[in-house]
Design a protein around this ligand. Structure first.
Ligand code: ADP
Ligand code: MG
Length: 256
């Protein structure tokens, strides 16, 4: 069998004595839209930080398309075709929406390639804006965007880098219901020809758009599978849905 696009093995990281990631294995196949869920502090962002070269693991391996990522710097990981968003969107407010996307797109290439590919890149910028539904706002300063539009801008900035793998950290946090729906459609669309890993908190959203879900808890993979089996798992209900044994016992008492 072929190696998965992303293959994490025996991954661990210790921050000053605290084990934030503990022996994590994760395989993501090309073309997947994978959701990564888990309570606050589970290690979701840290896992993304390790894959993208921001944090160096204490042990383990992260292979992407057959290449070891551990030990590579952030910009090298970007050049290999991996893009990410942060929990808080990072955009240049005074630049226009289009300029932000253009800049992000050029970041992936060296200067030489960037100048040579100027024309092709303009197309990539236009396509990224269109996918994110931002074409009409292309000439506006990014600073005037609403919270939701800013998140889409970040996604457009990623798309302009033409990554094979996108890692999105809580892209619908703080969004209205309508914006969430648009984002869900956008992610589904993107996953048609790219691989996408989405960290998400909103269970309603995950239920609606997820095919495969990986649940992290205290730095470990608690369980993995389709949404129905993950939801039916009592350990998930306990740790993630916040239904402690006590709460359930109380519910039973109340019903009785
Ligand atoms: P999540 O994204 O699932 O909410 P994080 O990955 O942000 O969780 O954090 C996992 C745990 O690791 C938390 O307890 C957090 O406080 C800790 N942590 C994350 N980054 C660092 C760091 N750079 N130094 C020390 N502790 C950290
Ligand atoms: Mg996080």
């Amino acid at each position: 069998m072929n190696e998965p696009l992303l293959s994490v093995r025996g991954l661990g990281v210790v921050f000053g004595g605290f084990r934030a990631i503990d022996d994590v294995d994760l395989s993501v196949e090309e073309g997947e839209l994978r959701f990564l869920i888990g309570p606050n502090g589970a290690g979701k962002t840290t896992l993304i930080d390790i894959v993208t070269g921001l944090t160096r693991p204490t042990e383990g391996s992260v292979r992407f398309a057959g290449t070891e990522l551990v030990g590579r710097r952030e910009h090298q990981v970007v050049r290999l075709g991996i893009g990410r968003t942060f929990q808080t969107a990072v955009v240049f407010e005074e630049l226009t929406v289009e300029e932000n996307v253009d800049l992000a797109g050029s970041f992936r290439m060296g200067l030489h390639r960037m100048l040579r590919r100027r024309r092709g890149r303009t197309t990539a910028v236009g396509a990224a804006l269109a996918s994110a539904g931002l074409s009409d706002l292309a000439g506006r300063p990014a600073g005037v965007l609403s919270h939701g539009q800013r998140q889409w801008l970040e996604i457009a900035m990623l798309l302009a880098q033409e990554p094979r793998l996108l890692l999105l950290d809580e892209p619908v946090a703080g969004m209205s219901r309508e914006e969430r729906e648009r984002t869900g459609e956008l992610l589904t669309e993107i996953a048609r020809d790219r691989t996408v890993i989405v960290v998400e908190h909103d269970m309603e959203f995950v239920r609606r758009y997820a095919s495969t879900v990986t649940v992290l808890h205290e730095g470990r993979v608690l369980t993995e599978g389709d949404m129905a089996s993950v939801q039916a798992d009592p350990t998930v209900q306990e740790v993630y849905l916040g239904r402690s044994r006590d709460a359930r016992a109380q519910e039973k008492e109340a019903v009785a």
